[in-house]
Design a protein around this ligand. Sequence first.
Ligand code: PMP
Length: 398
Amino acid sequence: WWDNVGLAPKDPLLSVTEAFIADANPNNINLGVGAFRDDEGKPLVLQCVRDAEARIAGAEYLESISRQGTLKLVEESVKLAYGENSDVVKEGSFAGVQAISGTGACRLFAEFQRRFQPESRIYLPVPTWSNHHNIWRDAQVPQRTFQYYNLASKGLHFSALMDDVKNAPNHSFFLLHPCAHNPTGIDPTEEQWREISYLFKVKNHFPFFDMAYQGFASGDLEKDAQAIRIFLDDGHLIGCAQSFSKTMGLYGQRVGCLSVLCVDKNQATAVKSQLQQIARAMYGNPPAHGALLVSTILGDPGLKSLWVKEAKVMSDRIMKMRAALRDNLERLGSAFNWEHITNQVGMFCYSGLNPEQIDRLGNEFHIYMPNDGRISMAGVTTGNVDYLANAIHEVTKS
Ligand code: PMP
């Protein structure tokens, strides 16, 4: 039956982890990790999650899906994205469904897009999270790209981005990272978001926001939603994927939300029914446990403020490691400019290291990262930052 099946291409990030695990050297460092790690390099279970676990222990939902749980999760998620007092939330003019984390939210939207806008394409930034390409490919939505990263400045290529937005046919779908862009760690400024939003309006483009890191860019949940709020103020109808994998340390629970803003409540009811039907044929119902944890945390002022504090501690640790890495490189007398390490935000640093330097880091220093040079700052700790800086300095010397 399956003679025609060859090996699927390996996920580049899994190869990084495999290389790290296979290397027993005590100095080895995994800079490919996609999830938060504490200063000891260990996964972190947030206290707000532990408290929520205790509250829901033994709840009856385990024997059946919890419709209430799902509704509550969606209600709380959209408040985070659009603001508690936004008209969207007050009027309920959105179609919101619980999704299998951020990946599932994107996949559900891609399927919905193909079904109801079959002629459309999706514009993805260059670069973007590599799975975006897989997700829209599997939903059979043709892909186009728009420029984002400027190799020379190691920053945003704003003029090129605007040109691509302008040159795309009117009514195009664009995927935007609202904060902590993966993999570059570069976000547009507030003013640039305003210009992007204005141009989207002129062009009648549809903005789909993939928000996997709310709170990780600035340490402030509201500030990290500013791009979405600007688009809302400008009257856009947007789509939004939300994930709680990183921000609540719930990667294994697969908790997320997909929302699509609609012209009114009736349209929202129709859109929601279609999203639910797509989900029903893909995986039935979403899992209850993680959703109940998230809705318990977001729905309780005490637990929510504990989460806000803990999210800030996580983002502060990452910022501290950025500063330490840059500082060390400068102190070693590196001839290169490392400002981008601290200018970039979120979990990732797009280091600018080339594949040859990355190979040397692996072979000579037991330091592993994907060959696009993306450093997961979560893998950097007080204990290994000196060693890392030294190694980067060595491989970047001519
Ligand atoms: N979008 C982006 C930009 C991401 O970086 C990630 C996580 N790597 C996701 C979505 C999806 O993550 P998850 O499915 O774990 O929520």
